[in-house]
Ligand binder design. Structure first.
Ligand code: ZN
Length: 412
């Protein structure tokens, strides 16, 4: 889905604002000699922006509107170094609420709903975005913030909350507590709006079944407003996103060239009407794809698949980009395989070799047969056949932190 003329005109306005403000990106564009784009090709040659650049602009270097027009800042923290500060004008705050209200509407939520909001409030964009969208829609916000499960459940029962907004892990925790206390018949929840992170199908199924609610993935990041720039509809065919506010392209994270619709790659976002801190071609490092064609719901807003991981997890083997999430998908649909695996890549006789170690589920499993089925399914998914070794449950290393799934021995 290439950028259209309406969007190009908006990008030119964003470039003009950045340049005349002389803000961090304005200077960068001036240095690169960019003062506008005339075509989709021009656009695809614009420099990318990166989170590391945003840190360099700390504290207020991104500010592109006059100080008197800035009404709020938000901040995203990384694992290292300085936070990123994003200034918002009144219009930005309002646009964000409008997008978020659209998300609720897309999920079939109305002003008669009572929305219990468990994401945190504060410097980052979570809670306040859920709240502003709720108020814009006209529904009743129950602004809980995170934690205090006891109180969450009391409010959920007494106020008859119909919608829960949460991370997938907190939604699961609440579901388990409700189950444990046997209070499911006192719960009025119908829908859950879940911050889009990578979460497995089995977790989704558990939350869906234990709470008996429809689940909606909402997407967004602090650098680009916050959560609320896209959400799936009831057909669950990917997340519709608001292409009158943002332009999304998917690029190959290695060649940095845009890939055709339907192909997986890195999400790159350009803001179209932002005032406080416009961003051009911002690399999110989130992996997904544009879903081609029309959604059965009839909405003309384009669709982005649910987030399938981060580019940082990707490895290139035999010239093919392989993502651990693809292996997880194979294992989830292979009977007899557990979710634990390890990928080892080596370079032998001038060729890359991928070995895939997989733990079998407990019980009687024919290891050889299971290995063959995994190898076949992996080939269908990534295009070449790995050497699969099935091992007993509990054989692969576990870590309290994030388990290392990919070991690349080619460059050791
Ligand atoms: Zn739809």
């Amino acid at each position: 889905m290439r950028i259209n003329d309406t969007q190009l005109a908006l990008v030119n306005k964003q470039i003009g604002a950045l340049r005349s403000a002389g803000s961090f990106y304005g200077k960068k564009l001036a240095e690169a000699g960019v003062d506008g784009v005339a075509s989709a090709e021009d656009f695809e040659n614009l420099p990318f922006s990166e989170k590391a650049d945003l840190r360099d602009a700390y504290p207020l270097g991104l500010m592109t509107a006059p100080e008197e027009d800035i009404v709020r800042i938000h901040s995203s923290s990384g694992t290292t170094g300085l936070p990123v500060i994003i200034p918002y004008t009144k219009k930005d705050v309002d646009d964000w609420a409008t997008m978020f209200a659209r998300c609720y509407e897309m999920a079939g939520i109305t002003k008669n709903d009572r929305i219990q909001i468990t994401p945190g409030y504060g410097l980052w964009t979570a809670g306040i975005g859920f709240q502003a969208g709720c108020e814009k829609l006209g529904a009743m916000a129950i602004p809980m913030g995170p934690g205090n499960t006891e109180k969450q459940l009391k409010m959920m029962v007494d106020l008859k909350s119909t919608v829960i907004c949460a991370t997938s892990s907190y939604a699961l925790l609440l579901a388990e507590e409700i189950e444990k206390r046997g209070i499911k018949d006192q719960i009025c929840l119908k829908k859950g709006v879940i911050g889009s992170e990578r979460w497995g199908e089995s977790m989704r199924k558990r939350i869906h079944e234990e709470l008996g609610i429809e689940l909606y993935d909402i997407y967004g990041l602090t650098e680009i407003y916050g959560p609320g720039i896209g959400i799936n509809c009831k057909y669950e065919t990917g997340m519709h996103y608001w292409d009158d506010y943002i332009y999304i392209e998917i690029i190959d994270p290695v060649t940095l060239k845009p890939v055709p619709d339907g192909e997986k790659g890195e999400i790159v976002i350009t803001t179209l009407v932002k005032e406080g801190a416009p961003l051009i071609r911002y690399r999110t490092h989130d992996l997904s794809r544009i879903i081609p064609g029309e959604c059965p719901c009839g909405s003309k807003f384009p669709r982005l698949d649910i987030i399938q991981g981060r580019t940082d997890d990707m490895v290139k083997i035999k010239g093919v980009n392989v993502f651990p999430s693809q292996i997880e998908e194979v294992l989830a649909e292979t009977e007899g395989a557990s979710s634990e695996y390890q990928i080892r890549i080596s370079h032998l006789d001038g060729k890359d070799t991928m070995r895939l170690y997989v733990e079998a589920q407990s019980g009687s499993v024919d290891f050889e047969d299971l290995g063959k089925r995994i190898a076949d399914k992996t080939k269908a998914k990534i295009g070449f056949t790995p050497i699969v070794k099935v091992v007993e449950l509990g054989m692969l290393p576990r870590s309290e932190k994030k388990t290392k799934r990919v070991i690349d021995e080619r460059y050791e």
